[in-house]
Design a protein around this ligand. Structure first.
Ligand SMILES: Cc1cc2nc3c(=O)[nH]c(=O)nc-3n(C[C@H](O)[C@H](O)[C@H](O)COP(=O)(O)O)c2cc1C
Length: 188
């Protein structure tokens, strides 16, 4: 069986623990092959927000890329993937994608995903949001990207930050048609 290649981009917005959780789950799904790129900005947030070193994060992925390597496979549409999840997605990265300014591999990979009409899920995070942020996100939504900010929900009665994280991870997986057993759906 061919594995599903899913690109995971981690950028320097708050929310690195969501990326860690997603990578951990993908590691347990045999049909998923995770392709990881993380930005310079994310090196700070990963260390600040998770108990993980960069080496720990890399071990969670199947394939790792250097964000400066704009000649890597992911830079070409001929390399087939299911799509890309940028989690968390900073407003700088949102701006880069919205304007086609692909000066690193993560941005180029997102550019390719859009031009090849594949799935792009952006876990965009900033608070409050300015007109610039909202305009860029609207542009991307109009191009078919899923704008999936890590906002709190209360109907599932989260008790811990882990519960809240699980809920966002469930939403991300839903957008790729995958089930997550810690995701509590509203059943009326
Ligand atoms: C602890 C920390 C938290 C940050 N949180 C956010 C955030 O939530 N959203 C955002 O857009 N930028 C945030 N930033 C700023 C970005 O890291 C910065 O704009 C960086 O240049 C983004 O680059 P990148 O998208 O290539 O990672 C944060 C920075 C730090 C150090």
């Amino acid at each position: 069986m061919d594995k599903k290649r899913i690109i995971i981009g981690i950028s320097g917005a708050s929310g690195a623990p969501i990326a860690v959780e997603l990578l951990k789950i993908f590691k347990t799904i045999s049909e998923v092959e995770s392709h990881l790129i993380y930005t310079n900005g994310s090196k700070k947030t990963i260390l600040q927000e998770t108990g993980y070193s960069l080496e720990d994060i890399e071990e969670l992925a199947d394939v790792i890329y250097d964000n400066n390597n704009i000649g890597a496979s992911l830079a070409s549409g001929s390399f087939k993937t299911e799509g890309m999840i940028i989690v968390p997605c900073s407003m700088k990265t949102v701006a880069g994608i919205a304007t086609g300014y692909s000066d690193n591999l993560l941005l180029r990979a997102a550019d390719v995903v859009i031009k090849e009409k594949r799935k792009l899920v952006l876990v965009t995070r900033e608070c409050p949001l300015s007109q610039i942020h909202l305009r860029n996100m609207l542009e991307l939504a109009n191009m078919g990207a899923y704008i999936l900010p890590p906002v709190l929900s209360y109907y599932n009665h989260p008790v811990t930050i882990q519960d809240a994280t699980n809920h966002i991870v469930g939403k991300i997986m839903d957008s790729f048609g995958m089930e997550y057993d810690k995701f509590q759906r509203w059943n009326g």
